[in-house]
Design a protein around this ligand. Structure first.
Ligand code: VGL
Ligand code: ZN
Length: 212
């Protein structure tokens, strides 16, 4: 791939996915080494005129929590009306400290904070389309309206919210990159390898921050 393709321009947007206390060490759904992305993202974001931040934002008792289903434990799956759902520890509940953005995240020029996963009965790993694969968050229309056609994705977790966001960006027709060193993974049952192979197949480009 040529430098030209990777270069950040006016049509480029950095999407910073779910860099929230609950996904950092000590949080309710801690991603190993999750805090390592913060300085990397702070540095990367300076190169982007356009930045969007996402925030996982669940209701108390959300359908994606194992505690909402009798006899179920975190990391088990259940069948819901829209398909299979992995169950998680309670995390990113609206208004809690765990749902707040990482204190050290320093991206003051971010223009939009988009919350997702707020429908009580529908999860949303993706920043574009909820887990029923029908309900839109509005992000695609926002980016289109602003003339932003090149999406660079970074944050937590590589194999869930980052991957789903990147796959949906690609499916919506955006040129899509994942900045690998700006991400960390949960990696449950081979989910990380599968995420990278799904993204490669979809035409999502895997890059490092140093490529930019
Ligand atoms: C995420 C699991 C549940 C993520 C969010 O941000 O990757 N993972 N909710
Ligand atoms: Zn969640």
């Amino acid at each position: 791939m040529s430098e030209t393709h990777r270069r950040i321009d006016d049509r480029s947007v950095l999407i910073v996915v779910d860099v929230q206390n609950d996904f950092l060490p000590g949080g309710n759904l801690a991603v190993t080494d999750g805090d390592a992305v913060v300085p990397i993202i702070n540095r990367l974001a300076k190169a982007f005129a356009n930045v969007v931040i996402t925030q996982d934002w669940h209701t108390p008792g959300h359908v994606s929590f194992a505690s909402s289903h009798a006899g179920k434990a975190p990391f088990e799956s259940i069948a819901l009306s829209y398909g299979s759902q992995v169950l998680w520890p309670e995390h990113c509940v609206q208004g809690t400290r765990g749902a707040e953005l990482a204190e050290d995240l320093a991206v003051p020029h971010a223009q939009l904070v988009i919350r997702k996963g707020f429908h009580h009965g529908i999860d949303s790993y993706s920043a574009f389309l909820e887990a029923d694969r029908k309900t839109s968050t509005g992000l695609s229309a926002y980016l289109q309206a602003r003339g932003l056609s090149r999406v660079f994705v970074t944050g937590l977790a590589t194999d869930f919210c980052v991957a789903w966001t990147a796959l949906d960006a690609r499916a919506a027709g955006f040129e899509t990159f994942v900045i690998e060193d700006g991400c960390r993974a949960i990696d449950a049952q081979g989910s990380l390898a599968k995420a990278w192979s799904d993204m490669a197949e979809a035409g999502v480009r895997r890059i490092g921050g140093a490529d930019l």
